[in-house]
Design a protein around this ligand. Sequence first.
Ligand SMILES: [Ca+2]
Length: 244
Amino acid sequence: MLGRASVAAGAWQVQVDVSDLENLTATFTDANGNTSPFAVFGRAPQPSGAPGDTDGDGVSDVLETLAGTDLNDPASAPVQQGALSVDKAAIVLSVTQPTKDSITATLRLSLPTGFTPDSSTVGVVFGDDSEKVTLDAKGKGLAGGVGVKFTVSSAGSGALIQYTLKNKNIGAALAPYGLTDKTTSKTGESATIPVAVVLIKNGSEYLYVGQAVVTYVATLGKSGKAIRSVRSAAAQAKALNARM
Ligand SMILES: [Ca+2]
């Protein structure tokens, strides 16, 4: 834990290695009994890809903030629902026009019993980018370049979300997942982007977590484009049915 220490010209040099502690405090005591305490603080709460979960309730601080629950209270958290399936996803990042990035995606999930999307608030996370839109009576919403449109199956529980994001700068939010400004091979590189949806209505919050496995093709100094490369089981079945 506490590593090498040395004194040179009256200045202390201490190397501290912290493995599993978020905070470290210690006190130096010299030969005369003088003490000098110090503290080292660990990493700040991490985005969804590497969750920082302050209250340890299994939901990252980023997702709790999006859901509006208390990230310091383990009794307060969005209800974790089934997996989120990313049926389609295309992420376009522009280097020359950094505020012209875009996402188009189709997300599939099962609604909580009795839940209808009208007048709900929907949060969508791609990488470290979080957006929130309040929907109208028809389950559609558009605000600040971010659009959400719900389609609920006739059975009432299955739902598709058409998600669009336009004219934003999300390069920094996708860079930690490999979507950086670089030149890839023509066939591209595989990357995995964490994706999450939060549904908020009538004081209840529901959380869906999934991921998009994409192929990223980029040219340094120009742009990058990531397209979902692994189909969900549901999309595979649909494509198979369409051919039969
Ligand atoms: Ca909590």
